[in-house]
Design a protein around this ligand. Structure first.
Ligand code: NAP
Length: 240
């Protein structure tokens, strides 16, 4: 079955962090980078984030101002993108900011680990709650389902590190957009663009090919093709 084209967009410091270790700071890039984020959203059918990102940040994962919604319509997309939250244990807070914005469906992907009582609370606020996998999300199955049921052809993942790490390990990432910001956070527990269990051997690493590079002020905007999955050993996005 055809999988959506999956692209990740992240901002990181020069020492590779996406937030401070205490999680107090996670927005640190320029206005230009924020426009860039909205432009990427304007090319996606769905925008996806992990439960911790959506719980910790004030985010709605939506398309933003009218000019970006017009851009979507001009390119044949729905005016508002779908929103997808990944929450394997159902830890997603049903009172999070995102649920106050009802402009497009909110879909929660979860696993058999999530207790029924948590799922009930999430079903009350989300448009769909889908269980795929016992302990870990079966992302391949999830993306097939998003394609077949919700017609998702381009899926933008906006982190955080644990979710990105799982997608790289599953070999499901096609493209990485990375903004390198001129700051150092330090902190061994500060999240990075790909966390979770990681790979054990060099052969398992996802290989990237630099597609484009742009400097704006002191920020660097990099775009990579993701060539190979860490754990599946199957070719990544280029063949999809
Ligand atoms: N600089 C940037 O561009 C940027 C972008 C996004 C986020 N951030 C920052 O990154 C931090 C969050 O990153 P994070 O790595 O801690 O969290 P995350 O990836 O946003 O969310 C982690 C949660 O997502 C679910 N999840 C992820 N992978 C899963 C899998 N394979 N199977 C099942 N569930 C899975 C789990 O939810 P359950 O607990 O419900 O199981 C897990 O606890 C925040 O500080 C945020 O502000 C920065």
């Amino acid at each position: 079955m055809k999988l959506p084209y999956v692209f990740i967009n992240m901002a990181m410091t020069a020492d590779g962090k996406i937030a401070t270790a205490n999680r107090a700071v996670s927005t640190f890039s320029s206005k230009y980078d924020f426009e860039h984020l909205l432009e990427l959203r304007a090319s996606a059918d769905a925008v996806m984030s992990g439960a911790r990102t959506v719980n910790e940040q004030v985010v709605n994962l939506g398309p933003g101002p009218a000019k970006f919604r017009r851009l979507r319509l001009q390119s044949g997309l729905a005016e508002y993108n779908l929103r997808v939250i990944v929450s394997g244990s159902g830890s997603m807070n049903p009172h999070a900011e995102i649920f106050c914005h009802r402009f497009s469906p909110i879909i929660i992907l979860t696993t058999g680990r999530a207790a029924e009582r948590k799922l009930e609370r999430l079903r009350a606020v989300a448009d769909a709650v889908k269980t795929l996998g016992e302990n870990e999300i079966d992302f391949r199955g999830a993306f097939e389902w998003l394609g077949a049921k919700w017609n998702v052809q381009r899926l933008l993942c906006e982190g955080g590190g644990e979710l990105n790490g799982a997608l790289f390990r599953a070999g499901l990432v096609n493209e990485l957009h990375l903004t390198i910001c001129p700051k150092i956070f330090g902190g061994r527990n500060a999240p990075t663009i790909a966390d979770g269990t990681g790979v054990r051997h060099l052969a398992g690493a996802t290989r990237l090919r630099l597609k484009s590079m742009k400097r704006v002020g002191d920020e660097l905007f990099l775009v990579y093709d993701a060539l190979k999955s860490a754990t599946s050993g199957k070719a990544g996005g280029l063949k999809l």
